[in-house]
Design a protein around this ligand. Structure first.
Ligand SMILES: Nc1ncnc2c1ncn2[C@@H]1O[C@H](COP(=O)(O)OP(=O)(O)OP(=O)(O)O)[C@@H](O)[C@H]1O
Ligand SMILES: [Mg+2]
Length: 316
């Protein structure tokens, strides 16, 4: 097999703030043209990791390489190949969207003409043309996030860090942001994204690393991670005890739990379509009437619960 082309290589990364060991030996690799999602609850160390990888923060131990440059020794070189969209945005509130982009283009030493042209391209791509000439402080959260990402793309960097790009966005803006990110991926950009949402990692990432308390607690694809927490479950509810008893008998060994009070049973399912259909067929053949059903998929909460033995922090 050819040797893997890792754009980001992190080995045994450690970082403390005073007594507080925030990163306790993180290892991660991101192959060229792929996305790694760093998934973790509040305070897990996601932003700390991203800030270190993007040269904004010094670290204590381990090694960090980006595009073959050592972050500790060649910070300038690293900066020339990365774009960063952070939780603390780099947008100037008083300038318009267009001015922000042109200014950043000039900082990256584009000529005035190409800065203006690139700004226009990005405004169009990020659906910001209508708002281009309004000060950024008048933008909604979603528009601001798009502008922030556009600003980080002015110089078309081959490596991009996205720190929780969709936290706090409404579902529509989140999906719009995913589309933008998918376009970047289609262009071959290497991306490290942090998120608190398994679904987001599921939608976008090639690989997921789950961190908690500054340590990697699991890694794999979304499917592999969800597989660790168990199968999908189908919950079936019936009108009364008699129907419940009949259903239990009919479904037999597939039943994993029974709720006598709710007159419901839960069965584990693999292939949702086939298994749901076959359960419903079984019930209908025996004329057992169903009053409600629901499919439960493993969620990020289940993953955290099973991996860490505790609920995801920061949730109400
Ligand atoms: N400048 C700082 N000084 C002291 N402690 C810090 C500092 N920045 C972060 N920490 C601590 O480091 C730990 C990790 O923080 P970090 O911001 O990396 O978490 P995160 O995973 O990004 O969380 P969130 O999902 O809330 O953004 C937390 O315990 C935090 O309190
Ligand atoms: Mg953070």
């Amino acid at each position: 097999m050819p040797k893997k082309d890792y754009v980001i290589q992190v080995k045994n990364l450690t970082k403390s703030y005073g007594e507080n060991n925030v990163l306790k030996g993180i290892d991660l690799n991101v192959e060229r043209g792929t996305m790694l999602a760093l998934l973790g609850p509040n305070g897990a160390g996601k932003t700390t990791t991203v800030r270190i990888l993007s040269t904004l923060l010094k670290f204590d131990g381990g090694s960090v390489m980006v595009e073959g440059y050592d972050v500790a020794k060649d910070a300038d070189k690293v900066r020339s190949v990365i774009g960063l969209t952070g939780q603390s945005a780099a947008v100037d509130e008083l300038l318009t969207g267009r001015e922000n982009l042109v200014m950043m283009g000039r900082l990256y030493r584009l000529t005035k003409r190409s800065a203006i042209a690139r700004a226009n391209e990005l405004l169009e791509e990020f659906d910001l043309l209508d708002a281009a000439d309004r000060p950024a402080k008048t933008y909604s959260g979603g528009m601001r996030r798009r502008l922030d990402l556009a600003v980080s793309l002015i110089a078309t960097p081959p490596v991009i860090f996205l720190d929780e790009p969709t936290t706090g966005l409404d579902p529509r803006s989140r999906i719009a942001m995913w589309d933008i990110i998918k376009k970047l991926m289609a262009n071959g950009t290497t991306i490290l994204l942090t998120t608190q949402y398994l679904e987001e990692a599921d939608q976008l990432a090639d690989q997921i690393i789950v961190i908690d308390g500054g340590k990697v607690i699991a890694e794999g694809t979304a499917k592999e991670l969800k597989g660790k927490v168990g199968k999908d479950r189908l919950e079936l509810a019936f009108a009364n005890e008699k129907a419940l008893a009949a259903a239990q008998k009919a479904l037999g060994a597939g039943v994993v739990s029974v709720d006598e009070k709710e007159h419901s049973v839960t069965i584990a399912i693999n292939d949702t379509n086939e298994d749901v259909k076959s359960a419903l067929d079984t019930l209908s053949k025996q004329k057992i009437e169903l009053i409600a059903m629901a499919v439960h998929k493993p969620t990020l909460d289940d993953v955290f619960l099973s991996l860490t033995g505790k609920q995801k922090k920061g949730d109400k």
